[in-house]
Design a protein around this ligand. Structure first.
Ligand code: ADP
Length: 628
């Protein structure tokens, strides 16, 4: 019999399969089962369109039979089968040509990744088998045909015998190697696992004969005898939970499914069941997990939803379905309108996935909004787990998504002494308050003691305490909320309405101005300016900043080590109403030594309040002692 060569593209794919180092070789089973299911779908369609046929449910199934001794695994279906020409066309060449074009010139690794993501159909059988035999008989045909291949060097097709229509694929499983245990594909328990995992929701029963034990008939109850027998077992559940009607399902059902899928170990905080009909129909069940996975905030975390095409798992983590800011969401999406081999119609599918992801995006937003409004306690739990991701999302991509996300953020309020939204803050702002004030630092306790904070509090205004490193960057990205700008309390301009009285207070004599300049030059480049303030109460001095970069941001950026040293434009503000100010004035011109000493101590005190290190701690404490 003459051996035929594979078409070049198929040969290439075959080569990839035979020599695959891909770690999830088990997906071959999913691929073959999916093909079988498609083949049954086609018969089903025929019975719907041909009036002389009826679809008898019991006649349609997929059967898996392992044989350990012979090292073979058989997968058969009662589907449409293939004619000789179809065998030639379908298995001798890749049906949709051009699918491998975009892979040319790429590294092997990337190609294997494509296998992992999409599967590559029938040829994946060669990842686990040395020899593949396909016996098939088309519906309405008298003759059966047999296709055999041992890999890259070609295949044969000849007429053969087969009862009934359908396809029977026999895999001669490879011998174990150092890296691969092929034996597992001959074990019933493993095959059952694989079907449950990858093909649970196939619409037709996937059967396997399983070994059972029973009491022998007529055996003496005193001295029971047992016999083993074989019984058909259906391995798949056939009806996926998302295909069920919402009102058929209880909260318990959704929770069970969540745990079955291992989406998280704590109870989910919310779930959504979507049933979209239209040009692109799909169903989805989505969860907001109760806890962040241990690797959530690490680079290892991979977002994505399980993607099914008509009940067949085609991707375990389809990242395209979730925006980064909702990357914590888990769940499944099933669409009849997606093809099994997504990679083959990349662009087309891309558009479909985008449509789905857009809907999912707004569905999640809706769910979170509901939680925020109806169950604050739950929302706070959610925010503790995933709030940071929302903050990152608000900041990322130059704030592209800030309008969508800013209302989901919570910050600690000085007034409420709990987490509040920006809306809650601005809704209760007094008429005369121009800015949304915030203070940024390590903890609520330390911020509450800041001199600048009491200035705002004394005005009766509310402050937001930002204690996460990213907070201030987020706030600066948002820029304005409800037409109000944000203002850091450590800014050198708090934007408060100054009374005529205090304005007068602020005017300095020529001599005082010269004194400020002198202090600035004594301190040097570390500050951009020294000026007076009348806002402070007990403190003699503090550090404010000019411009957008605050001291807290400077600290964060420098810890992150972005290369360049970040430096906030610091302004030393001296309390004009403090007794120290009069002393300073006294020393200025008269006692240069004391003036220098006072300046150094005031500046270093201000650094301490701002949480900044002091360069020369020893001389600072010595200076304090001198003053004492
Ligand atoms: P795909 O399923 O993406 O088309 P495959 O390489 O898996 O790619 O299969 C190629 C073709 O072979 C299928 O489109 C189908 O026409 C045919 N085929 C594969 N398996 C079967 C089967 N069990 N029964 C009938 N036809 C099959």
């Amino acid at each position: 019999m003459q051996k035929k060569e594979f078409k070049s593209e198929s040969k290439r794919l075959m080569d990839l399969m035979v020599h695959s180092i891909y770690t999830h070789k088990e997906i071959f089973l999913r691929e073959l089962i999916s093909n079988a299911s498609d083949a049954i779908d086609k018969v089903y369609y025929k019975t719907l369109t041909d009036t002389d046929k009826t679809f008898n449910k019991e006649d349609y199934y997929i059967r898996i039979t392992p044989d350990k001794e012979k090292r073979i695994l058989v997968i058969e279906d009662t589907g449409i089968g293939m004619t000789e020409q179809e065998l030639e066309d379908n298995l001798g060449t890749i049906a949709k040509s051009g699918s491998l074009d975009f892979k040319k010139g790429q590294e092997m690794d990337e190609e294997f990744d494509i296998i992992g993501q999409f599967g590559v159909g029938f040829y994946s059988a060669f990842m686990v088998a040395d020899k593949v035999t396909v016996e098939t008989k088309a519906v309405d045909s008298e003759t059966a045909y047999c296709w055999v291949s041992e890999g890259t060097d070609g295949y044969t097709i000849e007429a053969s015998q087969k009862e009934g229509h359908g396809t029977k694929i026999t895999l001669e499983i490879k011998a174990n190697t150092e890296d691969n245990e092929y034996d597992e594909y001959l074990e019933s328990y493993r095959l059952r696992q694989l079907v449950e995992h990858y093909s649970n929701y196939i619409r037709y029963p996937i059967k396997m004969l399983s070994e059972k034990t029973r009491l022998k008939e007529g055996s003496d109850p005193e001295n029971p005898e047992y016999e083993s027998y074989q019984e058909d077992e259906v391995l798949n559940s056939m009806v996926p939970i998302w295909r069920k009607n919402k009102n058929e399902l209880t909260e318990e059902d959704y929770k069970n499914f969540y745990h079955e899928k291992r989406f998280g170990y704590e109870e989910p905080l919310g779930y959504m069941h979507m049933n979209i009909e239209g040009m692109l129909s799909y169903k989805a069940i989505l969860y907001i997990p109760g806890n962040a996975p241990y690797d959530y905030y690490s680079r290892d975390y991979e977002k994505g939803l399980e993607l099914f095409s008509n009940g067949v798992l085609i991707m375990e983590k389809c990242g395209e379905l979730l925006p980064d800011y909702f990357s914590f969401v888990k769940g499944v999406v099933d669409s009849e309108d997606l093809s099994l081999n997504i990679s083959r119609e990349m662009l087309q599918q891309d558009r479909q996935l985008k449509m789905i992801s857009k809907k999912i995006d707004s569905k999640i937003a809706e769910e979170l909004k509901k939680m925020l409004e109806d169950d604050r306690e739950k929302y706070e739990k959610f925010f503790a787990a995933f709030g940071n991701q929302l903050k990152v999302g608000t900041y990322d991509n130059w704030g592209q998504n800030k309008d969508k996300l800013q209302d989901f953020l919570l910050f600690y309020s000085s007034k409420e002494e709990k987490l509040v939204t920006l809306k809650e803050y601005t809704d209760r702002m007094p008429e005369d308050q121009k800015y949304i004030y915030y203070a940024s630092g390590l903890s609520v306790e330390s911020l509450d003691k800041l001199p600048q904070v009491s200035i705002i509090k004394d005005k009766g205004y509310e402050l937001l305490y930002l204690t996460d490193h990213i907070d201030e960057f987020v706030i600066q990205m948002i820029r304005t909320y409800a037409d109000k700008e944000f203002r850091n309390v450590s800014s050198d301009d708090l934007g408060l309405d100054e009374s005529e009285e205090s304005k007068k207070d602020q005017t300095l004599t020529k001599d005082e101005e010269a004194m400020m300049d002198e202090m600035k030059s004594l301190i040097g480049e570390e500050v951009v300016k020294v000026k007076t303030t009348t806002h402070l109460k007990d403190d003699a001095a503090y550090l404010s900043t000019e411009g957008d970069l605050s001291i807290e941001m400077e600290k964060t950026l420098n810890v992150m080590g972005t290369g360049e040293q970040a430096k906030a434009k610091k302004v030393l503000e001296i309390n004009k109403n403090h007794p120290v100010y009069e002393k300073l004035k006294g020393f200025y011109n008269q006692d240069q030594e004391q003036f220098k000493l006072y300046t150094q101590v005031l500046y270093n005190q201000a650094r301490l309040i701002a949480g900044l290190p002091i360069e020369d701690v020893v001389s600072f404490t010595q200076n304090i002692s001198k003053l004492m």
